[in-house]
Design a protein around this ligand. Structure first.
Ligand code: PNS
Length: 171
């Protein structure tokens, strides 16, 4: 079923590090995909984070878990989100909020993006109660010590993450 109203194609971008994608991210992706005609999940650069997976690896993991959502597309970009907007004809940013601690940073980012590109609107979806404590960095820490991450990431990528991070730990 289309989300299209008034003949307008509603396209949104969900940017993030996704290093790696967690159940929390996937839950936001599934819900956002129902609100827009097309959702682009954009593997982006957060200059204050050191990542463990390359952008291509992160995109591959995302594709593996989003294959069954027809209006979701995975892309990578190493610039400003607003520059991606200009090239891809979109202006809606989707973000997930886990807790109040996320809010200040996300609020600042939403306003900065609007300042850079006036048409940019940020839409926040509240994470469900299961996901409020979940983060990619926790997942990476557990996996790098050989712990069980199966409660935190989709089943299809548990092995990929575990193998990749365990290998890294061994050097
Ligand atoms: O998953 P994250 O790390 O919280 O996502 C943050 C991300 C990647 C969305 C943010 O750092 C970002 O938008 N990076 C791209 C550069 C940009 O447009 N920054 C916003 C203006 S400062």
């Amino acid at each position: 079923m289309s989300n299209q109203r008034d003949g307008i194609m509603r396209k949104a971008v969900y940017p993030g590090s996704f290093d790696p994608v967690t159940n929390g991210h996937l839950e936001i992706i599934r819900r956002a995909s129902k609100l827009f005609d097309k959702l682009i999940v954009l593997v982006s650069v957060n200059t204050s984070k050191k990542t463990s997976f390359s952008p291509e690896e992160r995109a591959t993991l995302l594709r593996k878990v989003c294959y069954d959502i027809p209006n979701v597309e995975i892309d990578t970009f190493d610039g400003l989100i607003v520059d991606y907007f200009a090239a891809h004809d979109c202006d809606i940013i989707v973000k997930g909020l886990r807790a109040m601690s996320d809010f200040e940073y996300e609020f600042q980012m939403a306003h900065t993006n609007k300042h850079l590109y006036e048409k940019a609107e940020t839409v926040f979806l509240c994470a469900d109660s299961e996901s409020t404590y979940l983060s990619s960095s926790m997942v990476k820490q557990i996996a790098s010590f050989g712990g069980d991450i199966s409660a935190f990431v989709p089943a299809a990528i548990v092995e990929d993450i575990q193998k990749r991070l365990n290998d890294k730990q061994k050097g």
